[in-house]
Design a protein around this ligand. Sequence first.
Ligand code: ADE
Length: 224
Amino acid sequence: MRIDIITVLPELLKSPFEASILKRAIEKGLVEVHFHNLRDYTDKSYNQVDDYQFGGGAGMVLMIEPIDKCITALKASRTYDEIIYMTPDGETLNQKMANGMSLLKNVIILCGHYKGVDQRVRDTLITREISIGDYVLSGGELGAAILCDTVIRLIPGVLNNETSALTDTFQDNLLAPPVYTRPSEYKGMKVPEVLLSGNFPKIEKWREDQAMERTEKLRPDLLG
Ligand code: ADE
């Protein structure tokens, strides 16, 4: 998979890709992530990429020209499955969307800033709009990092033990069951007996029951 991220703040985005699972995925060649500074695609003085909105109103708007130039340059080299715009009024990201996206080959992610982008960008260049939740960030960068994190960990081969993504919370619309590690007893608090039993069918059944119980109690909305 190749991800091209268009941003006015590449420095804000780089560190999540320099540690842990994302770093390893890049090193293994399972994903390529490229950052494009929108300011490299403007002819205006002071590398200007935003302007006042027509009709008046507070807040600057990212102009269509540098965004169009950047996307056109990228599209000249390959075909993109999806050109995503990070915005609070997009579809809310969930695990099902991440699962689907992990199968894509080439993706562009455009990070908004200030008041957002000229509507003509959204109307003509963008294929999908994604929000990470019902709250407003200063820009799309942190949202893009979250989107990349959740998608990249699902790419086959990224996690050491592939079943560990299959048992994540939200897979099958269930919360994950509780987990425990050594010691089996700490300050009188014991690990559930069944997990120490070595009876794997029984352990599996216990996990399924716990997942259902937790989902009913904490997130009944997931069960429809
Ligand atoms: N940009 C600003 N707020 C955002 C949000 N909630 N999700 C994605 N991008 C955003």
